[in-house]
Design a protein around this ligand. Structure first.
Ligand code: SF4
Ligand code: SF4
Length: 427
């Protein structure tokens, strides 16, 4: 892929002229992009210093400020799985802040499961955040407060984790990924992690439709309005993101004040059509994202980009390729047939219950395994001499999915630590 490919035609020619001087340019329209070949402390720190300078962030920062870093820690996995923000990116930002005299830096996140001390301690440990102390404080205040939305919003209020609301300055540091439900996950989507724990699946249930859910995400983003957004795309995730995909390194760090336009730009770098990502399309239509005004600063765009694999949910959804006026009637008649559902790989499932915990429709139960159906594999298993289970061995349990009531939000797939859930079309 090169700059001549159609994917980049969406950015105006002016936008592709790199601006190495900030003079006369509005900081808000600057999108910075730096090449970082690998996760190495000195390489990341250099890029961070450069984009902080480009965006003139020093002007915003005062030593007595409370700064909150909002990472993506969706699942308790180390940074080798590109699902969570790499700790070295966070460390470099904290180090830069400390050099500006800021001492009150907190890392605050509400990941995929419950929002409490026990759960979050495990997340911090597994995601490599413990090693960031004492450069910053890992949030242990698990309260949340309600904030009212602006007039004209479909949502009246949001329930948000307290440290975000108490911050003077919020730095949103997300991971670049494809996403089973929204298609793309970057700066806007990362802010969903400010909703406390298991209230997130409830919100999926309240807005099961992608259009409404995307509008909710945009209203949440406007309510929170983080001052700076950094996208960790040194390694990124393709396929069944946000947790079940695979690595697709871009070797890039992106930073901007305007995270709506940044998401438009980053989706383009992944080879996605930003206007087919519902939340980005809505952001453009609401003039929150302004792709025509992008001003790139930093390293040249890479010449060797390859398109990201899309999630299985999107591969099965061909309704978006229909002309707009046909989509509604088509979905009305064919919706049930086209609908995708989660499918369990029983061999991988260990019955941990994380999927059931996150299912907003309560259609997953964890049951004692009684293998139904017939397969050569099961026949062979039955013919093998049976090993006596040890007294300490837990009963074999498996997840059980009811299709009726499922809203196809794929929270279950997102939370399964063993990638035991895939996507299946109804017919
Ligand atoms: S499907 Fe995954 S999350 Fe659900 S019980 Fe099985 S292993 Fe756990
Ligand atoms: S079973 Fe999975 S996809 Fe269906 S509603 Fe529950 S979490 Fe969502």
């Amino acid at each position: 892929m090169s700059l001549r490919d159609p994917i980049f035609a969406q950015f105006s020619v002016g936008a592709l002229n790199f601006h190495n001087k900030r003079s006369g340019m509005e900081n808000r329209m600057i999108q910075t992009l730096y090449h970082v070949p690998e996760y190495k402390e000195e390489l990341i720190y250099t890029a961070v210093c450069r984009f902080m300078e480009d965006l003139n962030i020093k002007e915003d920062i005062r030593p007595g400020m409370k700064v909150v870093i909002k990472p993506n820690l969706i699942i308790a996995k180390g940074p080798e799985l590109p699902a969570t923000t790499h700790p070295l990116v966070i460390r470099a930002v904290a180090q830069w802040l400390k050099e500006q005299g800021v001492s009150n830096i907190t890392l605050a996140e509400s990941s995929g499961g419950p929002y409490n001390g026990e759960y979050m301690k495990n997340i911090y440990r597994a995601c490599g955040m413990k090693q960031l102390e004492p450069d910053l404080k890992l949030n242990m205040d698990f309260s949340a407060r309600t904030v009212n939305c602006r007039e004209g919003f479909a949502n009246h209020s949001f329930h948000i984790i307290t440290p975000i609301l108490e911050a003077d300055y919020v730095i949103n540091i997300c991971k670049l990924k494809t996403h089973a439900m929204t298609g793309y996950s970057g700066g806007i989507k990362n802010l969903f992690g400010t909703i406390p724990g298991l209230e997130k699946p409830q919100m999926h249930y309240r807005w099961p439709n992608l259009k409404d859910f995307s509008r909710m995400l945009l209203e949440l983003a406007q309510t929170l309005a983080p001052q700076l957004t950094i996208i960790d795309a040194v390694d990124a995730m393709e396929g069944n993101g946000p947790t079940g995909g695979t690595s697709h390194p871009l070797h890039l760090l992106l930073a901007a004040r305007d995270f709506y336009t940044q998401d438009y730009f980053a989706a383009g770098l992944m080879g996605l059509d930003p206007m087919k990502i519902e939340m980005i399309r809505q952001a453009v239509e609401a003039s929150l994202a302004k792709p025509d005004e992008i001003r790139l600063v930093g390293d040249p765009l890479p010449q060797d980009l390859t398109p990201f694999q899309v999630p299985d949910t999107k591969k099965l959804d061909f309704s978006s390729s229909l002309p707009g006026f046909l989509q509604k009637p088509f979905l009305f008649f064919a919706g049930r047939i086209l609908k995708s559902y989660p499918q369990l790989n029983r061999e991988l499932c260990v019955g941990c219950g994380k999927c059931a915990e996150s299912c907003p429709a309560h259609v997953i139960t964890i049951e004692k395994s009684s293998r139904g159906g017939f397969s050569l594999h099961s026949l062979a298993a039955r013919m093998r001499p049976q090993r006596q289970p040890s007294i300490c061995e837990p009963a074999q349990k498996k997840a059980h999915f009811k299709r009726k009531g499922c809203i196809s939000c794929f929270c279950c797939q997102e939370m399964c630590p063993l990638k035991a859930i895939s996507v299946k079309k109804a017919l």
